[in-house]
Design a protein around this ligand. Sequence first.
Ligand code: GLC
Length: 670
Amino acid sequence: MTLDDKLGQMTQIEKDSLVPRSDLATHRIGSVLSGGDSTVSPNNAQTWADTYDSLQRTALGTPLGIPVIYGIDAVHGHNAVRGATIFPHNIGLGATRDPALVQRIGRAVAEEMAGTGIDWDFAPCLCVARDDRWGRTYESFGEKPELPTSMATFVTGLQGPTLGADPASVLATAKHYIGDGGTTGGVDQGNTQLTEAELRAVHLPPFQEAVRRGVGSVMLSYSSWNGVRSHAHKYLVTDVLKGELGFTGFVVSDWAAVDQLDGQSGFTGAEITTAVNAGVDMVMVPYDYKKFLTLLRGEVSAGRISQARVDDANRRILTKKFQLGLFERPLTDRSYTSGVGSAAHRAIAREAVRESQVLLKNDGGILPLAKGAKLFVAGKSADDIGNQSGGWTVGWQGRSGPVTEGTTILQGIRAAVTDPATVTHDRYGNGIDGSYTAAVAVVGETPYAEGRGDRPNGMGLDQEDLSTLARLKASGVPVVVVLVSGRPLDIAAQLPDWKALLAAWLPGTEGNGVSDVLFGDHAPTGKLPMTWMRSASQQPINDGDGKSPLFPYGHGLTYGATPDPDPDPEPTPSACTAQFRTIASWSGGYQAEVTVKNTGTGPLTGWNVAWDLGGSTVSSLWNGSLTVSAGRATVRNTAHNGALSPGATAAFGFTANGPTGTPATQCAGS
Ligand code: GLC
């Protein structure tokens, strides 16, 4: 291989950036991708397969005839392809607690991809979403590492027991390494501020499992760890992932992520060197490949990227191409093309939808509904394939409306009842009266992806949903809410008006899986993969953090069980925590600040914090009132602190003479 052959293998470009197509051969480009909005026309499996084969034939025309590897985000089915089966997004799959099912889904996705030739899936996302304000929460299987870890079976589904074991095997990608779901405030591509021990405990286990399962590629995260971008982090990528975990596949950067390293737009030779030397083997450029190759060649020629690093990257990439069988089977296996969107795959998807439903409330056992009931169905997502599929569906952001073929939740309801004429539908609830057995309101979120889905300013229902629900409530008819959303929403205030609440997540094309549960053809078995907040001000809220949720991680009712003893759990008594921080210390004294946080569910009108002074004496104190007895200090709130709302904080400080220590503080609320 010449140097140009090798540098080309480290280059991944967007299909639509290739002008002229012959550049694929001229520049020895090793990989092509379709980003979220990259498509073909007409958008069907046949056209995708023809496009893939045409690109591959160009690549095979090079002197060495090294095939390209083509990547795409098939994150909940082969979702770029119109007519493909769209499965529930990962948050719903996490609710199933069924790793074997997730492996079967991976296999079905691989078969639909194989039918279009595309051989590399940028999935699964093994992110551990810790703050539900994050726009990618729905791409996470759950908030506790053991849940995404268990769902790494998706890797085996995609690749097979060994990569390339059969013609439908596709390369899987564990992403995004590392800590994408742990950023402060749930800011997409933000900063994950954790100790190394916390980072390893929460965010590393899913990648360890994926590596154990032989995942062929790992995609890095845009996010930073304590201020250092993952794409620049040699310790995390080379020492931990490749060294300690023994990852032998190849590392790919995220879309134009290298451009972000110096904080300026565009990419430079220095940024390329930083990323490649950190351990990136293939750069998702994705557009200006000529500039990229010129800069990369310059960095190697200058010795800033060693030949050994180039060879290591090529060895990793080519090994996966060989194992995948690309050299033996470079073109589409058309025997799989007719299977795109097949009834068999849709049956698996419907099963996954059923198992992903989480029944959160069921007052008086109103569910399951009788198939002879007179029902009124409302809500913006009752009859909307786009809403029930969410982002990454025939377009990066997804969209409302008939984006692809499938069954809406309303269609599923009408197919399930004895006589469809007993089901009335109006999106806004207009026309409802007291004659109906029940109203089913299908509400929640419209599609989004990545940072556009970040919700730093509130996580409640939108005004349309609230108006529809008010109209239904006014009729006096019992209301069953089906929530179509990519995350838990802030609905505690509305919950008392609902007789039942079913979290449907983002079910995809098989909406009849929801009606299977509504009418009891399948009793709900789903369990919450994320703690359900009582208020958005509690975010981040996770199992074991001492906060009081509306519904805890793992919650999920079924039918025939004893009715929920407390369907609208009352707020728990005021609770608080106190965080002690030494601001300064000197010989013989120190200054400290204590932050009090309302971890309860109601306003905290008073608090007190007590701790052992450890022999020191408080010489001055601000923003609190102090009493000392038997060597223990107790500080109470002052009148001007006012009441603390749930999640809010207040701080007091003091100066003391004597030893510092870090006392265990106790906080009591009132
Ligand atoms: C996006 C996403 C990543 C995806 C890649 C290619 O920005 O962060 O998950 O695989 O670009 O579409």
